[in-house]
Write a protein that binds this ligand. Structure first.
Ligand code: PMM
Length: 280
């Protein structure tokens, strides 16, 4: 991949959907979304990831036209403002339009499976492509969260997505892989994947980790009566995962609270530099 700042990158989440589970509906005007994206950059985001389709379990799909209407004005305005925009989509049509509007990375939660036309779009544009692991889609993914060895199976299934992308003409150095925490995973699978992250990073591709405010953190931090910690109170736990992921060699973390993870990752990078006897 391209040279980065020498530390784990931060991708700020900007969902422009009315129903995303953790920040849904808060950025319901283009102006508000753009301001939020710029605030993320000021807080230390390396990329702002703009998504117009909810991946919430059980969510129905929106049409490509709806997705384009939500995403494009925000992508275009942020790109014009000099922000490195990533587009979170499984549709080649949306990716192509977002790239034409200035996006510089495609984040595909289907790992290329949802749309066979995605690979040529990404190959032609020469941009990084995040291939995330999941099974099924938002409508049926929990039924498919069955694993004997979740790390080995996710690793193997990611390898298949990488092979397919390369066979379709996408350069290996453009690929990023993501274990897809919470996607066809139960909380114990998410924890096992974090514990075994080095077996994903050792594939040799940059690894993106998206733990932010996810269900497994809500379950882990549940009240004594079992009530999950609400999504908007999971940022400190997310920060711990960011530090852990960076320590395991992740290329980037995808988070809602950019400032917290950006600060934590700068501390880690400085300590890493000190360990190597370099200036911070
Ligand atoms: N998670 C969500 C959406 N997009 N993309 C990648 N690459 N990895 C993820 O873990 C991921 C993603 C769902 O979370 P959100 O609704 O908070 O965006």
């Amino acid at each position: 991949m391209t040279d980065g700042p020498g530390r784990c990158l931060v991708m700020g989440i900007l969902n422009v959907t009315p129903d995303s589970f953790s920040d849904g509906g808060r950025h319901d005007t283009v102006e508000a979304a753009v301001a939020q994206g710029q605030a993320m950059v000021a807080a230390g985001a390396d990329y702002v990831d703009v998504g117009g389709e909810s991946t919430r379990p059980g969510a129905e799909r929106v049409t490509a036209e709806q997705e384009l209407r939500r995403v494009l004005p925000v992508v275009a305005a942020l790109a014009r403002a000099g922000v490195a925009v990533s587009v979170d989509t499984t549709r080649s049509q949306v990716a192509a339009a977002a790239l034409a509007a200035g996006a510089v990375l495609v984040n595909d939660v289907s790992g290329g499976l949802a749309d066979p036309a995605m690979a040529p779009v990404v190959a032609d544009a020469g941009v990084p492509w995040v291939l995330m692991h999941r099974r099924g889609d938002s409508r049926d993914m929990y039924a498919r969260a069955r694993y004997d060895d979740v790390v080995a199976e996710v690793r193997r299934e990611l390898c298949r997505r990488v092979d397919a992308a390369m066979s379709a003409g996408v350069a290996a150095e453009r690929l990023v892989v993501d274990p897809g925490l919470g996607f066809a995973k139960q909380p114990e699978h998410d924890l096992a994947l974090l514990a075994g992250l080095d077996r994903i990073t050792d594939l040799g591709f940059p690894v993106l980790v998206g733990a932010s405010r996810k269900r497994f953190l809500g379950a882990l931090l549940a009240a004594p009566d079992g009530t999950p910690r609400p999504a908007d109170q999971r940022d400190r736990a997310t920060l711990a995962v960011s530090a852990l992921a960076a320590g395991a060699g992740a290329w980037g973390v995808r988070v809602h609270d950019v400032a917290g993870s950006a600060d934590a990752l700068r501390v880690l990078a400085a300590v890493g530099a000190a360990r190597r006897g370099q200036p911070a």
